[in-house]
Design a protein around this ligand. Structure first.
Ligand SMILES: [Cu+2]
Length: 151
């Protein structure tokens, strides 16, 4: 009896091992988060180029495939107009305290000075919700971004 239980355990563990190897060999897309290797200086150069001479005080129509959003108490800057059904790389940088970016069904924790990037496909029309999900001070509940989808 003890011998049979021992064999059952060995067979069970062998099956688990095979399933683990099969699972690890499958492609895993998961949430669309990338491991960003972008430095803060690269982010700021991209942000300045995207935001233009008025530094994002008016809504910015994004021209390329990269979006740069600064998170700071208590806004995401700048306001954006993006193309419909387009795949973007969205880069975030918190510049004062810890924030987060809840967008496209994922939430990224944003540590000051560390660039986080996700890949995101915009919807066909409407507005893409962006909200801070990490308490960051008195204005936290109002901290959202404005991303309009338009041709
Ligand atoms: Cu917040």
């Amino acid at each position: 009896m003890v011998r049979a239980e021992r064999w059952a355990t060995v067979v069970y563990l062998a099956i688990c091992l095979v399933l683990l190897v099969v699972w690890l060999s499958l492609p895993h897309d998961g949430p669309a988060t990338d491991r960003s290797t972008m430095s803060e200086a690269e982010f700021r150069a991209g942000w300045r180029a995207m935001a233009g001479p008025d530094e994002g005080r008016t809504p910015v129509r994004v021209a390329g495939d990269d979006i740069y959003l600064l998170a700071r108490q208590w806004t995401f800057a700048p306001d954006l107009v993006v193309a419909p059904n387009h795949r973007y790389r969205v880069h975030f940088l918190a510049e004062d305290v810890v924030h987060s970016a809840a967008i496209g069904g994922v939430e990224l924790l944003l540590w000051p000075g560390k660039v986080e990037t996700i890949s995101l496909t915009t919807p066909g029309y409407g507005h893409l919700p962006l909200q801070c999900g990490e308490y960051c001070g008195l204005g936290h509940s109002r901290m959202s971004g404005s991303i309009e989808v338009a041709k």
